[in-house]
Design a protein. Structure first.
Length: 259
């Protein structure tokens, strides 16, 4: 069954649209078989990437851990060893998830670009005229944009560390703000395909995501939840990209650059 080409009508009004957009994208993909091949390409690419990262984590990283962690003959040395081993592995997995999203997004960019472009065509019933970059030029543009966003994200997160100077409450504020900053950048990350096709600069993209307010944060939080679910996270990259496209169509950029 192909969904009706009702574009913005696919999602409801209000901030709740951002919350359900990634999950509505699953229904959209299931209803449009012509998009399946484009969605499967990033899926298999992510499996390969995840397998490589897992191999490095289990073998190469484990050898480094064995040489770094303290050992001894007493039973409590063994307990301390395995406790530290689990904590370091958990920290490594957290970093792995973050890199998994960014690296997967970059490597799958050619497929996701076509996927989101065709999503717009199906949802609106018409195509959008956009600059057609060559393969390598497109890859370089993605790398440059991702590098700038990552640097900005890390600078903001580093700036938030100042909250740790305030006892107890500072850590609470840091955790809340860090969560919402991450949601904001995830929103920007997966709506970037549509925004880039409209020729927006990074400054304009940031302003656009900011004007989405609670809806944009809800979208980022929903994307984060999808990437935290085991196995589902392998297939969630194209889902998030399609969800970001549908949510953009609900909040398109007008001629004056505003929503």
């Amino acid at each position: 069954m192909v969904l009706p080409n009702n574009g913005p009508g696919i999602l409801p009004d209000g901030p709740v649209a951002g919350l359900i957009a990634p999950w509505r994208a699953i229904i959209f993909l299931l209803g449009n078989r012509g998009l399946w091949l484009l969605a499967l390409a990033p899926f298999f690419l992510n499996i390969l990437l995840f397998g490589l990262a897992l191999w490095l984590g289990i073998f190469a990283f484990q050898n480094w851990l064995h040489s770094w962690l303290p050992t001894g003959d007493a039973w409590w040395w063994s307990l301390l060893y395995y406790l530290l081993f689990v904590l370091v592995i958990l920290a490594f997995l957290g970093l792995l998830v973050y890199l998994f999203v960014i690296v997967g997004r970059i490597l799958a960019a050619p497929f996701l670009e076509i996927l989101t472009r065709r999503t717009e065509t199906i949802a609106l019933g018409r195509s959008h005229n956009a600059p057609d970059f060559g393969f390598w030029e497109g890859i370089l543009r993605v790398l440059f944009q991702e590098a700038k966003k990552m640097v900005l994200y890390l600078l903001i997160m580093a700036g938030l560390l100042v909250f740790h100077l305030v006892p107890v409450l500072g850590s609470v504020f840091y955790t809340i703000l860090a969560f919402w900053v991450t949601c904001f950048f995830l929103c920007l990350e997966f709506m970037d395909f549509s925004l880039e096709r409209r020729g927006l600069s990074l400054k304009a993209k940031l302003a656009y995501a900011w004007r989405l307010k609670l809806g944009g944060l809800f979208f980022g939080a929903s994307v984060m939840a999808g990437f935290l679910v085991p196995l589902l996270n392998l297939a969630f990259l194209p889902v998030a990209a399609v969800g970001g496209t549908l949510y953009y169509l609900k909040n398109p950029v007008k001629s004056n650059g505003r929503i």
